[in-house]
Design a protein around this ligand. Structure first.
Ligand SMILES: [Zn+2]
Length: 119
């Protein structure tokens, strides 16, 4: 991966992370607002369901943010874009589609096959 590509992925990853961080702070605010605005118990029940969905989403978001940060750290030390399993450069198109990918396609497929077999 050349310098221009590294810079481009750095931009993709940092703006993606920023987007997610903005999103999750907005969710916190709307959760707080809604808690005050529903005195009716029926509303409160559906609100709790919504809240648990929200919390699950936020959990997923946090994990994704962590993955993005790991990718950024790997970009900084120069190991980004290489498969963590076999060390070959990961296909650029694959990284475009999945900037947090840490495995090349072969290793990924092998991993999934192994998972399906339950090994
Ligand atoms: Zn590999």
């Amino acid at each position: 991966m050349n310098r221009a590509q590294r810079e481009r992925f750095m931009k993709i990853l940092t703006s993606w992370r920023q987007e997610l961080l903005n999103e999750s702070s907005r969710t916190v605010h709307s959760l707080q607002d809604e808690t005050i605005n529903h005195p009716d118990p029926t509303d409160r029940a559906s609100q709790e369901t919504e809240m648990s969905i929200e919390l699950r989403n936020r959990d997923r978001e946090r994990r994704l943010i962590r993955k993005i940060e790991e990718s950024i750290a790997r970009l900084e030390i120069g190991s980004y874009g290489f498969c963590i399993s076999c060390g070959v450069p990961i296909n650029i198109e694959r990284l475009e589609a999945r900037p947090t990918a840490t495995l090349c396609l072969d290793c990924k497929e092998w991993d999934e096959r192994r998972e399906r077999r339950g090994v």
